[in-house]
Design a protein around this ligand. Structure first.
Ligand code: FAD
Length: 405
């Protein structure tokens, strides 16, 4: 199965669109069958069309319904191994489904992003835990978050201080995480903590899966510029974590982190490109009729989204073939943050004054997206760090070794 590299792919969810697609034969079996399913279930999918609610709790509750709908008809299991309740296949099949959802204007639920980052990591480093926990995630009953960053450790993640002390029946965790996306909605946290000496840097870190209802866990939300409480601080006060919740090796957490970052900077980018692809169309549909549109800027955006899609396509296929993707995924991450920000900047210009003073669900959607897009060059590793990686590790430029993620 291959994914398509070009961008003029808006999904026509009418019967005529599906028939045309079948006649042209420009689809794989999965594309055809999932597209057909979307058309047949258009009424059930309607509540999940963009613009969805901007409130994170409301959106999460709503989108749990979408996951359950996809699960009911078997789509959540496509591309996952049988051991975790899947029907087999690989990441390309999952990518096909996300792509079709995005291009059909359907929201990609927030909780599917960590699934695609943390799920493959758990499968590789803790298969027994994956068997125990992933089926519930695929059914819409779990939501995991990622507890890496700390107040004094973001780009320089190897300096983190949250400590996990080994005891007879596991570990006792003490410390704080920050900027943990959606922790307040999550059931578990993939936590990177220090198990080595304080100055052991990346050699003394271990990855754990921590149940967020454990005694001693406190979660405080942080109000963002979007007006939403999507980010959190998470405090661990003598939290007991059993030994069988170690992901990978004790003191081997850095290898787990590097593996995970491949997905954070690639599959995540693929899922977002589907959303951005649709945003280009939203802009075109909402252009005010009483003035000339900034078509050069819209063209610039189209190019940015096309570049992201083309690059990301190759990356997802390489992941499916088992390649380990190192510094090169920083290119995907940079293309993604550029396209995320450009989409919202172009919307702001082209639809002026919708984002400034507009009212209604589209105004709320674009405003919230614009604020969030400012963080696209920070989350998952900042653009400065990615550029450093590209300069030094891909282009071999002489500068000090970056210590960042
Ligand atoms: C919306 C959002 C969601 C997030 N979600 C999560 C999450 O779920 N889990 C999680 O663990 N973290 C999350 N983060 C945190 C994110 O990973 C960090 O913010 C990021 O890694 C940067 O770390 P920092 O904020 O500590 O900034 P710092 O590392 O303090 O950087 C400050 C500035 O200095 C620059 N800088 C730092 N070092 C260098 C260098 N060597 N060379 C050049 N410039 C440098 C940076 O680019 C940045 O501009 C999220 C962040 C955001 C904004």
């Amino acid at each position: 199965m291959t994914l398509k590299p070009y961008v003029d792919l808006r999904l026509d969810l009418s019967e005529a669109g599906v028939e045309r697609c079948a006649r042209q034969g420009d689809h794989t079996d999965l594309e055809a069958s999932f597209t057909r399913w979307m058309v047949q279930h258009a009424d059930e999918l309607r509540p999940y069309l963009e613009p969805g609610p901007v409130d994170v709790v409301e959106a999460n509750d709503l989108h749990a319904g979408l996951i359950r709908l996809l699960d009911r008809d078997g789509w959540m299991r496509v591309g996952w191994p049988e051991e975790v309740g899947g029907t087999g296949g690989d990441i390309v099949q999952r990518a096909t489904i996300y792509d079709l959802l995005g291009r059909g204007g359907v929201a990609i639920p927030e909780r599917l992003y960590p699934l695609e980052i943390l799920g493959p990591t758990l499968l590789s480093f803790a298969p027994d835990m994956a068997k125990e926990m992933l089926p519930a995630y695929l059914a819409g009953d779990e939501f995991w978050c990622q507890g890496f960053s700390e107040p004094e450790a973001g780009s320089d993640l190897a300096s983190l201080r949250c400590r996990a002390e080994e005891v007879s029946d596991g570990f006792i965790v003490r410390g704080q995480k920050i900027w943990t996306s959606n922790a307040q909605l999550s059931t578990r946290c993939m936590l990177l903590a220090r198990t080595g000496e304080p100055d052991s840097r990346h050699q003394g870190l271990t990855m754990f899966m921590v149940d967020l209802d454990s005694p001693g866990v406190e979660i405080r939300t942080i109000r963002a510029a979007t007006g939403e409480d999507q980010l959190c601080e998470v405090f661990f006060d003598h939290v007991h974590v059993p030994s069988d919740r170690v992901i990978g090796e004790v003191n081997g957490g850095w290898a787990v982190t590097m593996y995970l970052l491949q997905f954070e900077r690639s599959m995540y980018a693929w899922m977002r490109q589907a959303v951005l692809h649709e945003r280009v169309h939203h802009i075109l549909e909402q252009l005010p009729a009483d003035r000339v549109a900034p078509f050069d800027r819209i063209g610039e955006l189209y190019l940015a989204v096309s570049s992201l899609r083309t690059r990301s396509l190759r990356t997802v296929e390489r992941l499916a073939s088992g390649d380990f993707l190192g510094p090169e995924v920083s290119v995907d991450k940079l293309l993604l943050s550029t396209a995320e920000q450009l989409a919202c900047d172009v919307a702001r210009e082209a639809l002026f004054p919708l984002l400034e003073t507009g009212e209604g669900e589209w105004a709320d959607y674009w405003r919230s997206s614009w604020y969030f897009s400012r963080a696209a060059s920070i989350l998952g590793g900042t653009s400065e760090i990615q550029k450093g990686i590209v300069a030094q590790r891909l282009l071999g430029m002489p500068r000090e070794e970056p210590r960042g993620r």
